[in-house]
Design a protein around this ligand. Structure first.
Ligand SMILES: Nc1ncnc2c1ncn2[C@@H]1O[C@H](COP(=O)(O)OP(=O)(O)O)[C@@H](O)[C@H]1O
Ligand SMILES: O=P(O)(O)O[C@H]1O[C@H](CO)[C@@H](O[C@H]2O[C@H](CO)[C@@H](O)[C@H](O)[C@H]2O)[C@H](O)[C@H]1O
Length: 468
């Protein structure tokens, strides 16, 4: 199958993009993983194009990195944002068989692919096999580079994961799962960096990367490769922490034993990361900039979501208390953390072992910010918020005692492994929990307005008003 991987396109790739342009303008904004929702796409530029299966054969396959131009893109400093770069796998056929109908991008009318049909190739087993084969054989095709740490068995059958995701994943024979990043950036990506560091430490709580793919940077100013995807062992029969928590809640069951195991798992990951990568001390100046960030996020969220405004002064006090401690000379240790931890990022195997996944951090933030050392309390606060979310989302009346028991058990488990009980730093923990609840208010207002009452009830609690 390795002969399938053919050549890199150097000529006519701009003609290729021009012919796809009208189809992509319509298709791309409809994708769950498209990050620029609500702003029109006015055009594209090609960052890289690689032909993985000859386009003039029965089934062609292009790997494209395409920058989507959106003129109202946010302004960062004074530099206009160039638009996000997306990874696309485009299949090319004469016509689509009915099973591939959901994958349709459109029919091409002009240019090198005129008369043919293009589609999202990950729905199609053959293109998905080509990617696995390239990883297995450590192929280099044009600017694409496929690398691996461990052996990969040939001929594993692929299936696309259809769950709502920020990226796209393919499971191969229930043995591996490949996550293809959609919005890609040049530079070290924590979704590969941290699991690799944890694998080197022998930490069993995170599936170790088996293989990964990158693309050479081709644009001016971008020197480091783009990380495009990571293959890791698939945890068979796993349930995620969110599903499990809701299931137990629905049965009226306590979840604190699992919460304690999750606290232990988080601490195992944190202690391994602290061994693997540098830790730093945060003193007054660094704390002030952390508090400034929290304050800015609160102000922006209160502007966007008026329901937050009555609580803003009380929420500010959580951040001021942290700034006061720093001004008194208190210091904190910071290290690499998960960065976006919640119950949905925790997988439990049928044997009861927990794994943490998805170390990408908050995808909307720049890589440099996502890779900064931070206090572990930030991850802890994410999990504490998640237990509260579950207690308010299970369908029945809110179950605050259930959440409280989980929150306490989680911290106990964390302390058992790390020797540090996050509750011993209540000011920092409260500031992070407040910051996360504010983030969630904004997230829900934008994406799931029906869920807004969930973080708002936490906002009321954190602001010192009567809990609901
Ligand atoms: N190693 C794994 N084993 C089993 N399932 C996994 C594994 N990694 C991810 N998944 C499943 O794939 C989903 C998406 O993975 P994730 O890394 O969170 O992607 P995204 O960043 O797109 O949300 C997870 O919610 C989980 O159900
Ligand atoms: O898709 P991501 O994992 O990057 O996270 C985003 O979506 C999450 C929802 O899917 C959102 O999480 C919030 O809702 C969860 C329940 O659906 C809950 O467990 C989390 O605690 C809560 O924050 C997350 O905030 C958002 O970044």
């Amino acid at each position: 199958m390795s002969q399938a991987v053919t050549r890199s396109v150097t000529t006519s790739s701009h003609g290729l993009l021009a012919s796809l342009d009208p189809l992509l303008r319509e298709w791309l904004p409809r994708q769950r993983w498209f990050a620029g929702k609500g702003r029109p796409v006015t055009g594209f530029s090609l960052v890289a194009a690689t032909e993985l299966l000859p386009a003039d054969s029965k089934l062609g396959l292009y790997h494209l990195l395409v920058r989507a131009h959106q003129p109202l893109a946010p302004v960062q400093g004074h530099v206009p944002h160039p638009g996000d770069c997306y990874q696309l796998l485009i299949g090319v056929r004469e016509a689509l068989p009915p099973r591939l109908a959901p994958a349709l991008i459109g029919h091409v009318h002009e240019g090198p692919l005129a008369g043919r049909t293009v589609y999202e190739a990950l729905y199609d087993p053959r293109p998905a096999e080509v990617i696995l084969e390239a990883l297995r054989t450590q192929a280099r095709v044009g600017g694409l580079r496929f690398e691996r740490r461990d052996e990969i068995r040939p001929d594993l059958v692929p299936r696309l994961v259809t769950a709502e995701q920020s990226n796209s994943s393919v499971v191969y024979g229930d043995t591996f799962i490949l996550k293809l990043l959609r919005r890609v950036l040049p530079g070290v990506n924590p979704d590969l960096e941290l699991p690799l560091a944890l694998a080197r430490e022998g930490c069993p709580r995170v599936p170790p990367p088996t293989a990964w793919m990158t693309a050479e940077a081709t644009e001016a100013g971008a020197e480091e490769p783009y990380v495009l995807g990571v293959l890791q062992p698939f945890v068979q029969g796993a349930s995620d922490g969110w599903e499990l928590a809701l299931r137990e809640l629905a049965k009226g069951e306590d979840f604190s034993a699992e919460a304690r195991a999750l606290g232990r798992a988080t601490a195992e990951v944190h202690t391994a990361l602290a061994r693997a990568l540098p830790t730093v001390t945060l003193a007054h100046l660094q704390l002030q900039s952390l508090v400034d960030g929290m304050t800015e996020r609160l102000e922006a969220a209160a502007q966007a979501v008026p329901a937050l405004q009555p609580y803003a002064p009380a929420l500010h006090s959580a951040f001021e208390a942290l700034a006061d401690l720093a001004a008194e000379g208190h210091t904190w240790t910071a290290q690499r953390i998960h960065g976006d931890l919640h119950l949905g990022q925790c997988l439990r195997s049928p044997a009861g072992e927990w794994s943490l996944i998805d170390f990408e951090g908050e995808p909307a933030k720049p890589l440099a910010e996502r890779r900064m050392a931070q206090p572990v309390e930030r991850d802890v606060a994410g999990m504490l918020r998640s237990f509260d979310y579950a207690a308010h989302s299970a369908g029945g009346p809110p179950a605050p005692e259930w959440a409280e028991a989980c929150r306490a058990a989680y911290c106990t488990g964390y302390a058992e492994v790390s020797g540090h009980d996050p509750r011993t730093d209540p000011v920092l923990l409260r500031a992070y929990e407040t910051d996360k609840a504010i983030y969630e208010v904004l997230y829900e207002a934008r994406h799931r307005p029906d869920w807004l009452p969930v973080p708002l009830s936490a906002v009321r609690r954190l602001a010192g008003s009567a809990p609901v």
